[in-house]
Design a protein around this ligand. Structure first.
Ligand SMILES: *Cc1c(COP(=O)(O)O)cnc(C)c1O
Length: 383
């Protein structure tokens, strides 16, 4: 008979009953469904999911169940994961640098949309069927994101004009795409890109079918839920300003903002030293906390005792080390944790669904791999 794993009420209940000695990601499918509905209701176009943020089969299959039918993939491995979740899923292959073998894999998986940012890459796509879309990816020196993606991929606007002409002349469906950078808290970043997209189309004399505004939507980092609707609104306004009455269809591909709130990470306190100044956890930057190294300390963190109750002592900033024997394995200084925290307690990090398990290594025999399904997450309760 099919094995259906148990559904726990919340992380605290699971921690109290099981006392796990390895880090765990708690997953609430209900929260994922709510976020997907928020994007699908608010975004004025097609909502796709950027698989790299979290390719867990449960994430992909729940997004399919929530009505997300199109996925942004970057590799044959991600294509296989999406195909396994739903053979009917539509794939957009938006990694603009591909080996010839990867191009063949994309053709075999019937990728519907491809992105390019250089002529040498467009030439590799010669065998891609002409009923596919090819989106020219362009980049601007735009700020507003936690870190910019434009330094790696994206053609300058003048080159994008030439590429767009070539795509149209060769008979593919021409489109444009960009990515404003991850954790983009300033909606005007999309506006600048969208206005430039209008100019590129005009200069090329090409009418695009679709404009893909990328991911980059902000997740809750500091304890304040980001205003996604404000970004959606800024995008709508900019498209009207940049394209007048002849509007292209829009696509977005959130990764971080789609999946982050659906997961809470729990790591156990292994040891406390120097009167509580230094703390050792069983997860760190080589595991599920790697994004904290890059994005900075989160605004929400809770300490849970072995009986599942929350420690309520005043919080004091601590130096937090991960479990490996590498001295780099520490979080940025000053994570505030309750003063009454003890070895054996758990530290809960809400909002860690994105770039956590996806980037976790097995370095030194540690790492994050266990996912437990819950109804409610700590982020929602005020205990
Ligand atoms: C990573 C990536 C995304 C998702 O970015 P987030 O910041 O996680 O929303 C979307 N599109 C492309 C092409 C990407 O590489």
């Amino acid at each position: 008979m099919q094995h259906i794993p148990p559904l726990w009420h919340d992380p605290e209940t699971h921690l109290a009953r099981r006392q796990p000695d390895h880090p765990i990601l708690y997953f609430s499918p209900r929260v994922l469904h709510q976020t997907a509905a928020r994007f699908q209701t608010g975004f004025p176009g097609l909502v796709t999911y950027a698989v790299k943020a979290n390719p867990h089969p449960a994430v992909l299959s729940n997004l399919v169940a929530a009505g997300v039918g199109t996925f942004d993939v970057a590799s044959p491995g991600e294509m296989a994961a999406v195909h396994a979740a739903s053979p009917a899923a539509v794939m957009h292959y938006n990694n603009p640098v591909r080996s010839l073998a990867e191009v063949q894999a994309g053709i075999a998986y019937k990728v519907a949309s491809w992105s390019v940012d250089e002529l040498s890459e467009l030439e590799k796509l010669a065998e891609v069927p002409r009923d596919c879309e090819i989106a020219v990816r362009f980049a601007l020196p735009v700020s507003g994101a936690a870190y910019d993606f434009g330094s790696k991929f994206g053609a300058a606007p003048e080159q994008a004009v030439e590429l767009l002409k070539r795509v149209a002349a060769e008979g593919w469906t021409p489109s444009l795409c960009f990515h404003p950078g991850t954790q983009c808290e300033d909606p005007s970043a999309w506006g600048k890109y969208i206005i430039e997209a209008g100019r590129i189309c005009e200069a090329a004399g090409v009418k695009i079918a679709r404009l893909n505004v990328g991911g980059g939507f902000a997740a809750n980092r500091d304890g304040v839920a980001p205003d996604l609707e404000q970004a959606f609104c800024a995008i709508s306004e900019a498209v009207k300003a940049g394209f007048g009455t002849d509007l292209p269809e829009l696509i977005c591909e959130p990764g971080r903002a789609m999946v982050s709130e659906a997961f809470t990470l729990a790591a156990r306190i292994k040891g406390i030293r120097k009167g509580g100044e230094m703390l050792f956890l069983n997860d760190g930057i080589y595991g599920g906390l790697v994004d904290i190294r890059d994005m900075g300390l989160p605004g929400r963190v809770y300490v849970v005792a072995g009986d599942g109750s929350h420690r309520t002592g005043d919080a004091r900033p601590r130096v937090v080390f991960g479990p490996t024997c590498d001295s780099l394995d520490r979080l940025p200084d000053g994570l505030p944790l309750a003063l009454d925290a003890q070895a054996g307690d758990y530290v809960l990090f809400p909002g860690l669904g994105a770039y956590s398990s996806a980037m976790s290594t097995q370095f030194n025999g540690y790492g994050l791999s266990d996912v437990v399904t819950v109804i409610e997450l700590t982020a929602e309760t005020s205990r």
